[in-house]
Write a protein that binds this ligand. Structure first.
Ligand SMILES: [Zn+2]
Length: 431
């Protein structure tokens, strides 16, 4: 009996010290949330979502803290965090939480310094804000894909013009856009729900908007709800239906936010996940998982089948053209990193906006209006561009290495879902 009492006493000590550590971390997490809200007063895009206590937002509105004050408190919070580092034997989620707060606060300080006028190179900025650096590519590295496209798309004019003409056959007519998008959402949703259990009541609404630098946006509202906006400034192609429905909805941003709210905010009481600062390492996980999630929900053969039998007929397009359309698109996809090069050279001051647009046209096959829209995006979001393609590649490598090569669909979903429910950040994907 004596031994048992001793064991019980020992357990009580462990539980008490765990609770004390959790309380200490919660206090630091609250400081982090308030700092993010304070910085949102200086940067309109910064607070992408917030559904924590409303009085904290009101306090940020009335206090309007200076950048210097925000930076000072972020530095002291980081010092306190360093002193509260959990031991190596701590639960993995607890260790990731600590690392998350540390990196997110480091990125917040970098954003403050940028707003104070500090100039960073493209790579310095992406490392400071998004915890990753995109590889550099020369023009010649895009030549092989461009050459193959030359043979696939013969005819008059530049390759960019021929691709634009080819693609114009696959524009979703405006009067069929909503029906096509709804069909895509249903396809993404049903596939996601087979593998991820989502809380009751989760849902989103879709709005069609204009005059934006992006093509789609998820505005997470909390309480398991999102507003998804689709930009109709430029024609929307058939492939964008599933891409947008998966990326913004299932299993992309909507699901990521719902799982963070359910598992980290509500179940664990980790308030830091009730705010999402756009310029932070979390964005690489958000965009990377939203893009990789398209392939998780729709592996290539299933994607082609769904396009042939659902999307193309709903959009009133010729389903016999699906195979060839996707063969061309997969070649164009190999040019994706050309967009990072244009952004890197432009933001480093090596080329101007017009030259960046020309680069996007030449090496990324953007039509002129799309290239201009993209340059506006780069002006607004800067090195954020790496979160889409590098983010996708990093998430893909992580999920596939953790699930034994990615051939077992159930294991792939399982690893992917755990990533969406955890505080893991980009540098934590490569360990
Ligand atoms: Zn996104």
């Amino acid at each position: 009996m004596k031994g048992l009492y001793a064991l019980a006493a020992c357990l009580a000590v462990i539980i008490t010290s765990d609770a004390a550590e959790n309380n200490a971390m919660n206090a630091l997490a609250e400081r982090y949330v308030k700092l993010v809200l304070a910085l949102g007063q200086h940067d309109a895009d910064y607070v992408d979502a917030y559904y924590g206590p409303q009085e904290w937002r009101k306090q940020a509105d009335t206090d309007k803290r200076t950048l210097a004050d925000i930076d000072r408190e972020a530095a002291s919070t980081l010092t306190a965090l360093a002193a509260a580092r959990p031991g190596a034997s701590a639960d993995e989620a607890v260790r990731l939480r600590h690392e998350y707060l540390t990196k997110q606060l480091g990125a917040l300080r970098a954003r403050v310094s940028m707003l104070e006028g500090r100039k960073l190179t493209f790579d310095e900025e992406s490392r400071a804000l998004y915890d990753a650096v995109a590889p550099t590519h020369s023009e010649s590295e895009f030549d092989a894909a461009l050459k193959e496209l030359e043979t696939k798309l013969p005819g008059q004019g530049t390759l960019t013009e021929r691709f634009d003409t080819f693609r114009s056959q696959f524009v979703i007519p405006k009067d069929r856009l909503d029906a096509t998008f709804k069909a895509a959402i249903e396809g993404c949703r049903s596939r996601t729900r087979e593998h991820i259990s989502l809380p009751p009541g989760e849902s989103f609404t879709v709005e069609y908007v204009t005059n934006k630098s992006w093509s789609g946006y998820n505005w997470y509202q909390g309480h398991y709800r999102s507003i998804i906006q689709v930009n109709t400034d430029l024609p929307i192609y058939a492939d964008r239906a599933i891409d947008l429905a998966c990326h913004e909805g299932y299993p992309g941003h909507h699901v990521y936010n719902v799982l963070l709210e359910k598992i980290l905010v509500r179940d664990r009481g980790w308030v830091e996940f009730s705010v999402y600062p756009l310029h932070s390492p979390q964005s690489l996980i958000a965009e990377g998982s939203a893009n990789y999630g398209i392939d998780v929900a729709f592996p290539k053969p299933e994607r082609l089948q769904f396009e042939r039998t659902v999307i193309f007929p709903t959009a009133g397009l010729d389903a016999a053209a699906v195979e060839n359309y996707y063969a061309v698109l997969s070649l164009v996809d190999r040019l994706s990193y050309a967009g990072n090069e244009a952004a890197r050279r432009y933001l480093n001051g090596q080329i101007d906006a017009a030259a960046a647009a020309r680069w996007l046209e030449r090496y990324g096959l953007y039509s002129p209006p799309r290239a201009q829209q993209r340059v506006r995006f780069i002006d607004q979001y800067r090195s954020y561009v790496i979160n889409y393609n590098l983010g996708k590649d990093m998430v893909a490598r992580y999920v596939e290495s953790q699930s034994g090569g990615g051939t077992d669909a159930a294991r792939r979903w399982d690893v992917f879902t755990r990533l969406l429910s955890s505080p893991r950040l980009p540098s934590g994907l490569t360990r």
